[in-house]
Design a protein around this ligand. Structure first.
Ligand SMILES: NC(=O)c1ccc[n+]([C@@H]2O[C@H](COP(=O)([O-])OP(=O)(O)OC[C@H]3O[C@@H](n4cnc5c(N)ncnc54)[C@H](O)[C@@H]3O)[C@@H](O)[C@H]2O)c1
Length: 323
């Protein structure tokens, strides 16, 4: 039987990708390697585990032996595991470099040794740094501005070295901000929803004018499946959406969904030490393969809010454990 490994598959994006993989590769054995940090939840993939479609191995991407063993005979490795929250990276930056950079190096080395024929490395549009006007394509310079994006850019440098030195067959993807159900409630959308559910003020960084593009998790997952099949080895693909909103806009839409006023629901808090004002990428290259996003944020908000209402108790528990 053929085999696919996905790192970080019990996290937010990873679990959406696992959903897509199960459908797209019915004859494959799908293995998730996940350290099960605070951001992971076994419930995200429990249906697949119960149906024996997916196997979960709890382990660290920085542990070469476990990576090497699991990667043996894989047709595809998708590397999505990471420390992913920018705010946390300001006070735990070494953890971010350890996981995101050394962890990526460890995965690439294990893939090289096992001669994996295809690898997808999941990166972020944040590696470009802020893009105040227009948009950058895949040839844009990397200019990361916080410890998270720096650790992801450093990971890409390692990948690049492996591509050139060892012909490692890697496709790199750089995605916009991703939204959807199952996201840990520290990120803007789920954190704001949880505040609204609990009647608490939504903390908004600075003056809330920072702008991001929002890509739905299932759209990102479908792009990854397409690139797993048709992505050109050695290429990098931006994956994005046209959904460009300031943090204020996003919170305003969420307040509308809860029928409360923006002014009475928000408190402005100190900004990040550095907060990129805007990211913007062009993603024509992946469109050339026939992909386009199908979701939009405004239409998806009711579904996402409904999920957090139904899972509010467990989300509160997760937040309490972090404190
Ligand atoms: N969330 C976004 O908006 C976004 C946008 C673009 C790219 N990305 C990238 O997508 C990937 C997934 O992001 P996410 O938002 O799902 O993150 P997440 O924090 O929700 O999940 C990360 C997963 O990685 C696992 N993990 C962390 N450290 C690990 C380690 N040392 N060994 C094994 N597993 C480990 C966690 O347990 C968790 O399951 C990351 O590479 C991130 O940089 C995220």
């Amino acid at each position: 039987m053929r085999k696919i490994l996905i790192t970080g598959g019990a996290g937010f994006i990873g679990s959406h990708f696992v959903d897509a993989l199960v459908d797209a590769y019915p004859a494959h054995r799908i293995i998730v390697l996940d350290k099960m940090t605070y951001a992971a939840d076994i419930n995200h993939i429990s249906a697949h585990l119960e149906q024996h479609r997916v196997q979960l191995v709890m382990g660290d991407i920085c542990d070469y032996d476990i990576c090497r063993k699991l990667i043996q005979d894989c047709d595809l490795v998708v590397h999505a595991a990471a420390e992913s929250h920018v705010d946390r990276s300001f006070h735990s930056s070494i953890l971010f470099t350890h996981t995101n950079t050394l962890g990526t190096h460890t995965i690439m080395e294990a893939c090289r040794d096992a001669q994996v024929p295809r690898i997808i490395h999941v990166s972020t549009d944040e590696v470009y740094g802020e893009v105040l006007s227009g948009e950058v394509n895949e040839n844009g310079e990397m200019n990361p501005t916080n410890p998270y994006s720096a650790s992801k850019a450093a990971a890409e440098m390692i990948v690049n070295g492996y591509r050139h030195s060892f012909n490692l067959p890697v496709v790199v993807v750089r995605a916009n901000n991703v939204y959807g159900i199952r996201q840990f409630p520290e990120k803007l959308i789920p954190r704001s929803i949880m505040s609204l559910i609990d009647g608490k003020k939504i903390p908004l960084h600075g003056d809330g004018s920072n702008v991001r593009h929002y890509l739905a998790a299932p759209d990102f997952a479908s792009a990854l499946v397409l690139l797993a099949r048709e992505g050109k080895i050695n290429e990098t693909y931006n994956i994005g959406s046209r959904e460009e909103y300031s943090n204020r806009d996003v919170v305003r839409m969420l307040c509308e969904q809860f029928n409360v006023s923006f002014d009475s629901s928000v408190e402005f808090v100190a900004d990040r030490p550095f907060n990129d004002r805007r990211y913007s990428i062009s993603w024509e290259k992946i469109c050339g393969l026939g992909w386009k996003p199908r979701h939009n944020l405004r239409n998806d908000i009711p579904v996402v809010v409904d999920w957090y209402r139904k899972n509010a108790d467990s989300m509160r528990e997760k937040l309490k454990e972090l404190c």
